[in-house]
Design a binder for this molecule. Structure first.
Ligand code: FE2
Length: 465
């Protein structure tokens, strides 16, 4: 009788194991954020700077391929001047120089932009602090930035990473938490900036309010821009058929310096990192300009100069959330083979409003008919991160698939930001900071070992955080 019962239990257990496949280590965080409405801050919370025609929405981005140039942008709401910026090295205040901007405006439905100025300053010294000043009769606005060290294999450098920021109370919290970290030197921004297109007729006033919101960071350190779907602003019903019109007018990129033919995809070197920005919403099939550019781009990367190869893209290639599920799949199919062949270290994406980190996996053997449709461990593959958790008006994406896929190392539906701290050619440390009420809390972290110089498995790493 007892042996019959044992036999029955054993069969039941075996049956259970065939139905429920155990996961090998992925974590779905149990943290549940206090429910807060994702609402944009009212217009009155974004006052323009004081003074008639005061320059506003000041922002900077890298202006060349190597880090010796910067593009300074600002908007004057009423008059086309000031269209010049004065700048000088912090250590040599008498060495003032003036750069003239190119000035543009654009119309979007019934909205007319202010005067948008972009000044490219070249031949700066590496690793140097500069002040810059934009002045008109009633307002003098002064900011500063630091150029990166010259590209080199063991140059430490710290990047911030934010995606899908928007302009809600949570967005402001994310930004404040990021700014409170004094180590971060430049931002890798993963797309979806203002969410103005969630307003009737894509109310472009919300592009202006966003510019005012982020100025406190982006006027002082370059944000490397990636385009997202909320930058497309295509709306045939109101006659707006030029994709990326507000974004392209407001957020210039140094795309020509990397041989790109579009501001939407390009690359920059910064310290020990080589950063490739891709556009999820531009053609990337074989023979397209983006495909051809990327094919030529990988052979240009010299890992002895810039060991860290990083890709920024808006729509994730690996993500286990129901929100935007598989939207990045066609680009993954198109480019993953190159990414693995070239030992890309990290791929950062946004779009899905939660956080997720993958193990190093690839799925390049899949050809639709061979049945090899599951990702496998691959030590030449990058880690994939989804960081669409800046805190925008559309709220959190909390519906993760169950069970957690084996490729998923950690996932959590909270807002937050991340820091990538490159130590040398072999080691970097990544930390994701959730917005836990009013505090940034380091909720996930990992050492990252460089794929070219130190291709060890991080999952067994016992190094202290
Ligand atoms: Fe998006």
């Amino acid at each position: 009788m007892a042996s019959k019962a044992w036999c029955g239990s054993a069969i039941l257990l075996a049956l259970l194991f065939t139905i429920v496949k155990p996961s090998y280590g992925g974590i779905t965080s149990k943290y549940v954020r206090k429910a807060q409405p994702s609402i944009d801050m009212p217009l009155k919370d974004y006052p323009p700077p004081k003074g008639y025609n005061a320059p506003e929405q000041v922002h900077i981005t890298q202006g060349d391929h190597t880090g010796r140039a910067i593009i300074i942008s600002w908007i004057t709401p009423v008059e086309p001047t000031p269209d010049t910026v004065t700048y000088w090295p912090a250590k040599e205040p008498c060495e003032k120089k003036v750069a003239k901007a190119s000035t543009i405006t654009y119309k979007y439905y019934t909205y007319t932009s202010g005067y948008i100025h972009h000044a490219t300053i070249k031949e700066l010294e590496y690793d140097t602090k500069y002040f810059y000043e934009i002045a008109c009769d009633e307002s003098v606005r002064q900011f500063h930035f630091s150029t990166p060290p010259a590209p080199g294999p063991d140059v430490p450098y710290t990047f911030g990473i934010i995606g899908d920021l928007g302009q809600t109370y949570a967005s402001k919290e994310t930004l404040s938490h990021y700014i409170s970290n004094k180590n971060a030197q430049a931002m890798l921004f993963l797309g979806d900036l203002s969410y103005a297109d969630d307003y009737p007729n894509h109310d472009n006033v919300r592009w202006d309010t966003w510019g005012r919101l982020v100025e406190r960071s982006v006027a002082y350190q370059p944000w490397i821009w990636t385009p997202g779907n909320h930058e497309i602003d295509f709306d045939q019903d109101i006659g707006e058929i030029e994709p990326f019109k507000p974004y392209n007018h407001r957020c210039p990129t140094p795309y020509k310096a990397s041989g790109s033919t579009s501001p939407l995809w390009y690359s920059v070197k910064r310290a020990s990192a080589y950063i490739i920005v891709l556009s999820s919403y531009s053609a990337y099939g074989k023979y397209t300009p983006q495909y051809q550019w990327l094919e030529k781009e990988f052979p240009k990367v010299n890992r002895s100069e810039t060991p860290w190869l990083i890709i920024l893209v808006h729509s994730p290639w690996y993500n286990s959330n129901g929100y935007h599920y598989m939207e990045g799949e066609t680009m993954r199919v198109q480019f993953e083979k190159w990414v693995v062949q070239n030992k890309v270290d990290l791929v950062f994406a946004g779009h899905v409003h939660s956080y997720e980190r993958s193990f190093r996996i690839s799925n390049i053997k899949y050809n639709i008919t061979n049945g090899l449709s599951f990702p496998v461990n691959d030590s030449s593959a990058p880690m994939y991160f989804t960081l669409g958790d800046g805190g925008n008006i559309e709220g959190l994406a909390a519906e993760f698939s169950a069970p957690q896929p084996e490729y998923s190392a950690f996932r959590e539906a909270s807002f937050g930001h991340a820091i990538l701290d490159i130590k040398n050619r072999t080691h970097a440390h990544f930390t994701w900071h959730r917005n836990q009420d009013d505090k940034p809390v380091a909720a996930d972290s990992t050492w990252v070992f460089n794929r070219y110089w130190f291709a060890q498995d991080e999952t067994n790493c016992k190094l202290p955080a």
